[in-house]
Design a protein around this ligand. Structure first.
Ligand code: NAP
Length: 290
């Protein structure tokens, strides 16, 4: 009895710390995810924003179960990547208007169990063009017709530009062109068209195939600016060829950083540390540059 009283008195003198503040945890759902730099970038940002919690990548084998896990584990937000950006939509409670128009979700916001699908890729893409390109009235040739192409086409149309779609698979390219009011041509037309901007949204040239380019160097003279949404490597073969042709170039790094910053804003309501995120990714990739 006396031992218990002593223990209680000791506890009064040395109160136990209260429960830790609720951590805000975030996940990336994709397959594969091993190559992703999102965990590195987001964890650095969360630390700088003084948000207790972490961002973890999961290689998903069962998408429905993974989305249920977001609710069950009270995960605050999720990024979604290849190959789930469209498939995930059916498991969410709501799709916001922009994501519905893009036709892809790269961000999930969990508001007390209610999951909303959003898309920050299009915003990241437009912000990456920044003050280098005034989109309104310009013509953009987009190579590819997947998720990144959809995000770029949506952003360009929203900002008053026009699109021309070139794709390997005709049916997919034609469908995208129809949706965003532009013509479709096969990939071979790239050297015959003249436009303000050429954008590569295919994975051709991405690590480890860093010597590949979706466009022959001579064709690049037809475009004032060449954009690659690939950020690994930072300087793709396409961008190096474009620089050799004295074209203006924009790499996928800025789009990657901006879409990530927009996700953090949706999840936390706070502005993300853009410069830190940019440097974190650049530092990781720079040693591998040619
Ligand atoms: P996706 O939905 O799988 O689409 C890939 C597109 O590339 C398809 O149109 C496909 O053509 C085309 N393609 C693939 N291999 C090709 C080849 N060998 N020759 C010609 N065309 C080929 O992928 P995604 O989500 O759009 O991603 C594409 C790239 O964008 C990836 O490298 C990804 O990392 C990058 N990305 C970057 C950011 C960023 O923030 N910087 C954001 C999103 C994506 P078919 O239709 O004929 O199959």
């Amino acid at each position: 009895m006396r031992e218990i009283e002593q223990l209680l008195r000791r506890r009064e003198r040395h109160p136990q710390p209260g429960p830790p503040p609720q951590a805000a945890n975030f996940v990336l759902l994709g397959n594969p995810v091993g190559h992703s730099l999102s965990p590195l970038m987001h964890n650095k940002a969360l630390q700088a924003m003084q948000i207790a919690g972490s961002y973890t990548a999961f290689c998903v084998s069962d998408l429905a179960a993974a989305v249920a896990g977001i609710r069950g584990l009270n995960i605050r937000g999720a990024s979604v990547t290849i190959p789930f950006k469209t498939a995930v939509m059916e498991y969410l409670d709501e799709i916001d208007a922009d994501a519905a128009a893009v036709g892809a979700v790269n961000t999930i916001v969990n508001d007390r169990g209610r999951l909303t699908g959003c898309n920050t890729d299009w915003l990241g893409f437009i912000q990456a063009l920044g003050d280098k390109i005034d989109v309104a009235g310009k013509t953009f040739v987009i190579i590819g017709a997947g998720g990144a192409a959809r995000a770029a086409a949506f952003g360009i149309r929203k900002m008053g530009g026009t699109v021309i779609i070139l794709n390997r698979t005709e049916a997919k390219g034609k469908a995208l062109a129809r949706e965003f009011d532009g013509p479709f041509y096969p990939l071979t037309a790239v050297g015959k068209i003249k436009a303000d901007v050429l954008i590569n949204t295919t994975s051709v040239g991405m690590y480890p195939n860093i010597h590949q380019s979706p466009v022959a160097q001579a064709a690049l003279a037809h475009y004032e600016t060449v954009v690659d949404v690939i950020y690994n490597p930072l300087a793709t073969r396409l961008l190096r060829d474009a620089a050799a042709e004295r074209r203006r170039t924009i790499s996928g790094l800025e789009m990657f950083v901006r879409q990530g910053a927009a996700q953090l804003k949706l999840w936390t309501g706070k502005d993300a540390p853009l410069a830190l995120m940019r440097e974190t990714v650049r530092e990781r990739l720079a040693p591998y540059e040619m």
